[in-house]
Write a protein that binds this ligand. Structure first.
Ligand SMILES: C[S@@+](CC[C@H](N)C(=O)[O-])C[C@H]1O[C@@H](n2cnc3c(N)ncnc32)[C@H](O)[C@@H]1O
Length: 304
């Protein structure tokens, strides 16, 4: 048997090998940085290759140079979103990093709910909400403390850059596995079976949450203020300068005493750390000393 015959007789490789030059990687890294703040160092080249080959296959493209051409055109907007989805993860679960929900129950929500009962306005924001488990966990926590929350001016805004994931979050339908981290009491009160073996978030929790697409790297049609901002496991993708800008923008939208909760491997650094005091594990509070409190206007835009 000749060498050629032996090679031809083999099963085709499961994944086609696509040419991926350093120049292609640079185009993708620059675009991901400019549009989404993603920080892709040269060490991530293999990861980028493995995450994007599926897109090349689906698009019928021969190599990464063709892919780069596509994402650089104005028509490439949809693909740029697909690229973001491929390069980031939507991993989340109900009551993830439970300590933040404990802080909400024990410290943050009691005075806010008391204010709402007296006609005050309470706003929470889940920025980078993925498939909705985080904002619904916020809603469950509010309802635990205030079952009649719908009667008051209490709202949760939930945003994500990924339109597909926002669609899932709005639908609020999960399978049994995804509900595993829900305490039994919450599940029996706020989750209903849909008939096709899935489970849907109940009306009381849904009524508190509004969802919108929002790229944190762009302008925010939101004025705030927000009493609580959750932005967890999102900034981890961004470089230090982008993170520092983000913390500053959040600080702008918090009233003095407002809370920012971030992901377990994230840390507020840069100029905003003068305004955001670390008060617990990955928990920050806007300090009274802050001289940049620009958040006394009522919110407008996508937030209710
Ligand atoms: C790992 S999930 C975190 C979900 C949730 N916050 C949690 O901690 O469980 C990260 C989310 O950030 C979103 N994301 C990534 N870049 C973003 C950006 N530039 N603007 C808004 N959301 C972004 C992703 O689409 C994804 O849903």
């Amino acid at each position: 048997m000749t060498q050629t015959a032996r090679v031809e007789g083999r099963a085709p490789p499961a994944i086609a090998a696509y040419a991926f030059s350093d120049a292609d990687f640079q185009v993708i890294a620059r675009r991901a940085q400019a549009d989404f703040g993603l920080h892709l160092t040269a060490a991530k080249k293999d990861l980028v290759y493995s995450r994007l080959t599926k897109r090349l296959r689906q698009l019928g493209l021969a190599d990464f140079t063709s892919y780069c051409r596509l994402i650089e055109t104005p028509d490439g907007e949809d693909e740029r979103m697909q690229m973001l989805s491929a390069l980031t993860t939507n991993v989340t679960h109900f009551f993830r990093e439970e300590h933040h929900f404990r802080i909400l129950r024990e410290q943050v929500l009691p005075p806010l709910i008391a204010a709402a009962r007296n006609g005050g306005r309470v706003r929470l924001w889940s920025a980078g909400c993925s498939a909705g488990q985080e904002p619904y966990s916020l809603a469950f926590t509010v309802l635990l403390m205030c079952p009649e929350a719908a009667r008051f001016d209490i709202r949760i805004l939930a945003t994500d850059v990924d339109p597909v994931i926002i669609g899932r979050a709005k639908a609020g339908v999960y399978d049994d596995e995804e509900l595993k981290s829900l305490p039994d009491g919450v599940r029996s009160q706020h989750v209903v079976r849909t008939g096709d073996g899935k489970f849907s978030i109940g009306e009381k929790a849904r009524a508190l949450v509004s969802f919108a697409e929002l790229n944190l790297m762009q302008d925010w049609p939101i004025k705030g203020p927000f009493d609580v901002i959750f932005c967890r496991n999102v900034a981890i993708y961004f470089d230090k300068e982008t993170q520092a800008r983000l913390w500053g923008r959040f600080a702008d939208l918090l009233p003095v005493g407002g809370y920012l909760c971030i992901g377990h491997s994230e840390r507020v650094a840069g100029p905003a750390s003068a305004r955001l005091e670390n008060t617990g594990v990955t928990t920050y509070r806007k300090s009274a000393a802050s001289n940049a409190d620009r958040t006394s206007r009522p919110e407008k835009g996508i937030s209710r």
